[in-house]
Write a protein that binds this ligand. Structure first.
Ligand code: GLN
Ligand code: ZN
Length: 755
């Protein structure tokens, strides 16, 4: 059985690509140094795959920023405002990716969006009426030749035209106007690679795993009939991932394709689709069996059982998606062997591919150690926790009394003015804050010194908030590096890697924690900071926690228990913290669910039964036991939840804050239309920019909000946490925010007295 990989991580074992790119962008390295490092990394990765015995090795999966952007640039999909800067090709590319401000002009970057159900972000290609789609670049051809020169035959990879159209933006134009040119360009790419002697071309079409309309389906067929009909030597592989292709499977079989790539990890119906009919003799099935998204060892037995059900003569063994979503290698970690042996990052997955493929024919040396891993008991489950979970009843997920009753009670006890002002939690993480945390970690300062430092920061923060007369204060989150890592470190069951970086976008990488075992609370986590802040003021200080769904979604989850059960374990741990805060005099508690939407299934029909039906109750479990007077807030970093509004309301929080300043405010109409009960704090200014909003501007924004939201339901706050901002701009912005709220309150009082 032959093996392949859909794509390989490109940042390098030690994030070399990030480092050289950032150095180039700071103008500390030359374009030549950057391209040379790119070449070195590609060669290294190709050799790694060749040495591991992979048969079809991908090329053009490398990128200086993002492969969707690479495809757009290759096809000349470059909006005029970038072309007009007249920069070098490389700098135009970075201008599209990051924006440009300098002697040549001033343009913002293309928008960035999350790549399907991952934490990777792609740049949204933009077609204009004037866009002339044509093959303008050479990257895919160059990289194929580059590999060939080192003696490695590769399978070039490119984003397919259907997914490209579905993900792109169209400014004053439609896709129809560009369709012919786009198809011609792809035909030319196929033809040129054919002439170069390439044996395969992989066309990535992940959009096919989404719910497709009839229009989508005919667009897809129209494109692919044209692409596949001319005579050729090169073989075409249509690659999908992140789900199954139930809406077009039969169509794929009928097309003149040479390979069809399906995901057997996330594609719930993939097996059923393939076994329900005869797989065509003239095609190969690229079976995505090795998980490209998670970091656990593959269970060879399970893989072989699966492969036995497939038309094995026609199977090429593959990864479920690009290995872009896992870190480079376990070899770089310092986990004890007993732990490390359970992990498989990108490099280890190459060996797994090889070993599984070999074991289809006969048992080899890799088999026994692998099976031992799954026979052994990896962890000791916490029986108390299991009992606690088994004992949960309806009551545990339902806060009492109902929203309306407790809302009146909270108004009386908290005694806040109308349009209460607050922040989302974090205050600027200055150099000094980061430095002290680093020194504490390295044990250069001791616990007493570090605590004293944090208390001083908290006291300053509280004093400032009192001075500008915010209504609900926060302690500032100075003790946290990251909203998930901080809780992970304080919970039993999480592991932290040294170098397990995964690309999030461009040069930004994240290091997700690993959920290793049952999760429980080791000790109280945030109480001492919140209680200290509360001791300094008569105003309410809001406790600040990360919710269970976000903690799970930003970690590598276990595979031996369901993510639902893992999330419930985390929920119970956070529930303890909630009750602890409450017992220590904290009357308002915010539980952030910044990543709630991230794992929303790609198909609408799965939204509730596969996800929301347990994710929302997990959130409710966290706060179901608090007293009626305790006010629960939640926060989301985006405003795209019009389609799941009922689910958001069912979280049963008292207040929700979200991003609103950069998005159109149609969400507010939906809130009214759907009779949303939770009080809302739509962010009144954008914290992603250093710009300071003027009082008048904020007043105008609040007035707009008041046209849509009943005054008794509206909170005034920024978009998100302030940790990435500077102190001066933050202080000025918040000062203006409280001033604006006060002005509007005055107006409201007058309006009432005049009536
Ligand atoms: N409370 C967190 C903060 O203020 C929320 C962060 C987030 O939503 N991403 O930083
Ligand atoms: Zn946020």
């Amino acid at each position: 059985m032959k093996t392949t990989v859909i794509g390989f991580p490109r940042i390098g074992a030690d994030r070399e690509l990030k480092k050289i790119t950032e150095s180039y962008l700071r103008q500390e390295s030359t374009a030549e140094e950057l391209t040379q490092e790119g070449r070195r990394l590609r060669k290294f990765h190709w050799q790694l795959m060749r040495d591991a015995g992979i048969d079809l090795i991908p090329s053009n999966d490398f990128s200086f920023y993002d492969t969707t952007l690479d495809t757009a640039v290759l096809l000349n999909i470059i909006p005029q405002r970038y072309a007009e800067l007249n920069l070098s090709a490389l700098d135009t590319y970075f201008a599209l990716a990051r924006g440009y401000q300098g002697s040549a002009g001033d343009v913002t970057a293309l928008p960035m969006k999350k790549w399907f159900n991952t934490n990777y972000h792609y740049l949204v290609p933009e077609f204009e009426a004037a866009t002339q789609v044509k093959v303008a670049g050479t990257k895919i051809f160059d990289e194929y030749l580059e590999a060939k020169t080192t003696g490695i035959e590769t399978k070039p990879v490119i984003l397919g035209p259907f997914t490209l159209i579905k993900l792109a933006a169209f400014t004053n134009t439609t896709y129809q106007e560009h369709l012919t040119a786009l198809i011609t360009a792809y035909q030319e790419i196929i033809h040129r690679l054919d002439l170069q002697g390439a044996q395969w071309l992989q066309l990535d079409e992940p959009y096919l795993v989404k719910d497709l309309s009839e229009e989508d389906r005919s667009l897809f067929l129209n494109i692919y009939q044209k692409l596949t009909n001319s005579p050729r030597n090169i073989k075409l592989l249509l690659q999908t991932y992140f789900g199954d292709v139930r809406d077009v499977y039969e169509d794929l079989l009928a097309l003149n394709l040479d390979g069809i790539g399906l995901d057997f990890v996330e594609g719930k119906q993939s097996l059923e689709l393939v076994t329900a009919s005869d797989f065509p003799e003239d095609k190969l099935l690229f079976a995505g069996v090795i998980n490209g998204k998670n970091i656990w060892r593959n269970n060879y037995q399970k893989s072989i059982v699966l492969l036995d059900k497939l038309p094995s003569k026609h199977v090429v063994l593959s990864t479920s998606c690009s290995l872009l979503h896992v870190p480079f290698s376990v070899e770089q970690e310092e986990f004890p062997v007993e732990i490390a042996k359970h992990f498989s990052f990108a490099k280890e997955k190459l060996t797994e591919l090889k070993e599984v493929a070999e074991n289809v024919e006969q048992e080899t040396a890799g088999w026994e150690p692998n099976q031992r891993l799954f026979r052994e008991k990896r962890i000791v489950e916490k029986t108390i926790l299991a009992e606690q979970l088994a004992g949960l009843t309806e009551k545990d997920f339902q806060r009492q009394p109902e929203f309306k009753k407790r809302s009146g009670l909270q108004k009386r006890t908290l005694n806040l003015p109308v349009l209460p002002t607050t922040t989302i939690g974090s205050f600027p993480q200055t150099r000094e804050v980061k430095l002290n945390r680093a020194r504490f970690k390295k044990q250069e300062i001791n616990d007493v010194e570090y605590t004293a430092f944090l208390k001083e920061k908290i006291a300053d923060c509280v004093a400032f908030q009192e001075e500008i007369e915010l209504d609900v204060l926060v302690h500032g989150e100075y003790e946290r590096n990251d909203m998930v890592e901080y809780f992970g470190e304080n919970l039993e069951g999480f592991l932290f890697s040294k170098k397990a970086w995964v690309q999030s976008y461009g040069t930004r990488c994240v290091k997700p924690p690993i959920i290793w075992s049952d999760v429980s609370r080791k000790q109280s986590i945030t109480v001492k900071w919140s209680a200290y802040a509360q001791s300094l003021t008569n105003k309410p200080v809001k406790g600040m926690l990360t919710g269970p769904v976000t903690i799970l979604n930003w970690s590598f989850p276990r595979e031996d228990i369901s993510i639902k059960d893992s999330t419930l374990q985390i929920a119970l741990a956070i529930q303890e913290e909630v009750l602890d805060l409450e017992a220590n005099g904290i009357q308002i508690i915010q539980i952030d669910e910044a990543a709630l939407r991230e794992k929303l299934p790609l198909r609408k029909s799965d939204w509730y039964k596969e996800y929301l039906d347990w994710a929302i109750p997990a959130f409710r479990l966290v706060h179901s036991k608090v007293a009626p007077q305790t006010q629960i807030h939640t926060h989301m970093c985006y405003s795209e939840f019009a389609d799941i509004l009922p689910a958001i309301d069912q979280m049963d929080a008292d207040v929700i804050s979200f991003e609103a300043s950069r998005s159109n405010l149609t969400l507010l109409d939906d809130l009214i239309a759907q009779n949303f009960q939770t009080a809302v704090g739509p962010g009144v200014y954008d914290i992603h920019s250093p710009r300071i909003p003027a009082v008048k501007e904020l007043e105008a924004t609040i007035k707009i909000l008041l046209e849509k939201i009943p005054v008794e339901k509206l909170w005034i706050n920024p978009d998100c946490g302030l940790k990435t901002r500077g102190e001066t701009e933050t202080f000025e912005s918040l000062t203006n925010l409280t001033r604006a709220a006060k002005e509007i309150r005055e107006v409201l009082v007058h309006a009432v007295s005049e009536n």
